[in-house]
Ligand binder design. Structure first.
Ligand SMILES: *[C@@H]1O[C@H](CO)[C@@H](O)[C@H](O)[C@H]1NC(C)=O
Ligand SMILES: *[C@@H]1O[C@H](CO)[C@@H](O)[C@H](O)[C@H]1NC(C)=O
Ligand SMILES: *[C@@H]1O[C@H](CO)[C@@H](O)[C@H](O)[C@H]1NC(C)=O
Length: 366
C-alpha cells in the first residue's frame, strides 16, 4: 500500500510536505465522488472534492478527467475540467457509471502530466414494474419544427385500467412538466403532442413515459431526444414545371412554410417520363439545396412528371425525416404536336389558295 493511503495524520502531512518540496510523480485521486438525481428524468449531478493536500501543489494546475457512460455502452464520454460539479445526461433505465482522476501538471511535476488512479461511482434508480410492462414502439417526429408528436403502444402484461403519463424536461425548465395534450385510443393515452419547444432545440430533451395499471406501477421508459434530428418538414410548395427553348424541363419550387429555416433544407427530385404506358417509373435526378433544377428530356416523351420532397440537411442536423412528395406533371410534346397539327393544314391551305389566286390572275391577264 502506498504510504499516503495510511490513515495516519502526521504521516499524511509529512507526505504532503514531501510532495510540495520535491517533484511529485504521483497524485491522489479526488475524494467523495457522488451522484445524485435532481429528478430531471435523465440528468444527474456528479460532485467530488479535490484530492488531499491539493493546496500544496503550488506552481501546478490541478484538473480532472471525468468520464461517464451507461452500463453496456462501449465508450466513455470524456470531459476535462477544473470544476468540482457537473450535470450530465444518462439513460435512467440503465445503470449510470462515472469515473474520475486527478491530472497534475506544472513546475511541481517538471511539466509532465501526472495522473492519479481512477475513482468510480455508479447510480441506479429504484427499479419499478416488470420489464415487459414498459410501453412499446415509442417514437417521435418534430413536425415543421412546430410541434413534437410522440406515440407508443401499451406494454405487455397491461391489465385493465391502465393509465400512461408522459413527462419531460429540458435545460431552462425549473422542473419536469407533464404532457397536456394526449392522444388517446379507447380512453388510453397512446401519444402526446407538445407545442412551443423552440427553447428545447439543439439540446437534450429528457422524456419519461410511465404509468400504472390497477394500483401496480409499470416500468417507465426513459429517453433523451434531440429535436433537430427528429424534424419532418411539410412538402415543398409551388412546384412549377416548364420547358425551355432547348426542350429541357425547368423545375422550380418554394420551401415549405412553417418554422423550418429554409437554409436547413435539402431536396430530392425524381422524374418519371412516360411515352404512353400508364405507370412510369420514378427515376432519381438529384439531391440538392437549391430550389430550382434543369432536367434534360432524353426520351422525347409526351408527359413528364416531377416530384420533390425535403428534409433537414447535414448543416443543421445529423438526421431527419423526409417530407411527403409534391408532384406535378407537364404534357410537353403533346402540346407542341397539337399546335403543329393545327398549324400545318392552315399554312398549307393558305399557301395553296395564294398560289391558285396568282395562277388565276395570270390566266386572266393573258
Ligand atoms: C412558450 O414557452 C415559453 C417558455 O419557454 C413561455 O414563456 C410561453 O408562454 C410559451 N407560449 C405558449 C403559447 O405556450
Ligand atoms: C411518473 O413520473 C413523474 C415524473 O418523474 C412522477 O411525478 C409521477 O409520479 C410518475 N408516475 C408514476 C405512475 O410512476
Ligand atoms: C427513357 O425511356 C427508357 C425506356 O422507356 C427508360 O428506361 C429510361 O429510364 C428513360 N429515360 C429517362 C431519362 O426517363
Amino acid at each position: 500500500m502506498a504510504p499516503w493511503r495510511l490513515p495516519v495524520l502526521p504521516l499524511a502531512l509529512v507526505w504532503g510536505w514531501v510532495l510540495a518540496s520535491s517533484s511529485p510523480s504521483t497524485v491522489a485521486p479526488p475524494q467523495d465522488l457522488q451522484i445524485t438525481d435532481p429528478g430531471l428524468l435523465g440528468s444527474l449531478d456528479v460532485e467530488w472534492k479535490p484530492p488531499p493536500h491539493v493546496q500544496t501543489f503550488n506552481e501546478c494546475t490541478v484538473k480532472y478527467k471525468f468520464e461517464y457512460r451507461n452500463t453496456g455502452d462501449r465508450d466513455w464520454k470524456v470531459i476535462f475540467t477544473r470544476k468540482l460539479k457537473f450535470r450530465v445526461g444518462f439513460d435512467l433505465s440503465r445503470t449510470a457509471e462515472v469515473r474520475l482522476q486527478t491530472l497534475l501538471k506544472g513546475q511541481c511535476t517538471g511539466d509532465v502530466e501526472v495522473h492519479s488512479d481512477w475513482i468510480y461511482a455508479t447510480f441506479q434508480i429504484a427499479p419499478q414494474g416488470k420489464l415487459e410492462s414498459e410501453v412499446q414502439n415509442f417514437h417521435c417526429i418534430y413536425h415543421d419544427w412546430e410541434y413534437l408528436k410522440c406515440t407508443w403502444q401499451p406494454g405487455l402484461l397491461t391489465a385493465h385500467g391502465v393509465h400512461y403519463g408522459l413527462y419531460y424536461w429540458y435545460e431552462g425548465l425549473e422542473h419536469t412538466v407533464q404532457c397536456d395534450h394526449y392522444i388517446q385510443d379507447h380512453g388510453v393515452n397512446v401519444g402526446c403532442v407538445l407545442q412551443n419547444l423552440s427553447q428545447a432545440e439543439y439540446q437534450d430533451l429528457n422524456i419519461c413515459v410511465n404509468g400504472s395499471a390497477a394500483a401496480t406501477l409499470l416500468r417507465p421508459l426513459y429517453t433523451t431526444l434531440r429535436l433537430h434530428n427528429l424534424a419532418k418538414p411539410s412538402a415543398p410548395e409551388q412546384l412549377e414545371l416548364s420547358v425551355s427553348a432547348a426542350g429541357e424541363l425547368l423545375v422550380a419550387w418554394s420551401p415549405p412554410g412553417g418554422r423550418v429555416p429554409p437554409h436547413c433544407l435539402e431536396y430530392e427530385v425524381q422524374v418519371a417520363e412516360d411515352a404512353g404506358e400508364a405507370a412510369a417509373a420514378w427515376a432519381f435526378v438529384s439531391t440538392q439545396m437549391e430550389t430550382a433544377l434543369t432536367i434534360s428530356r432524353a426520351n422525347q416523351s409526351h408527359v413528364s412528371c416531377v416530384r420533390v420532397r425535403g428534409r433537414t440537411n447535414i448543416f443543421c442536423a445529423d438526421q431527419g425525416f423526409w417530407s411527403e412528395w409534391t408532384q406535378d406533371c407537364f404534357s410537353v410534346s403533346i402540346k407542341e404536336d397539337k399546335q403543329l397539327f393545327i398549324l400545318i393544314p392552315v399554312i398549307l391551305s393558305l399557301s395553296i389558295s395564294l398560289i391558285i389566286f396568282m395562277l388565276i390572275g395570270q390566266c386572266k391577264k393573258r
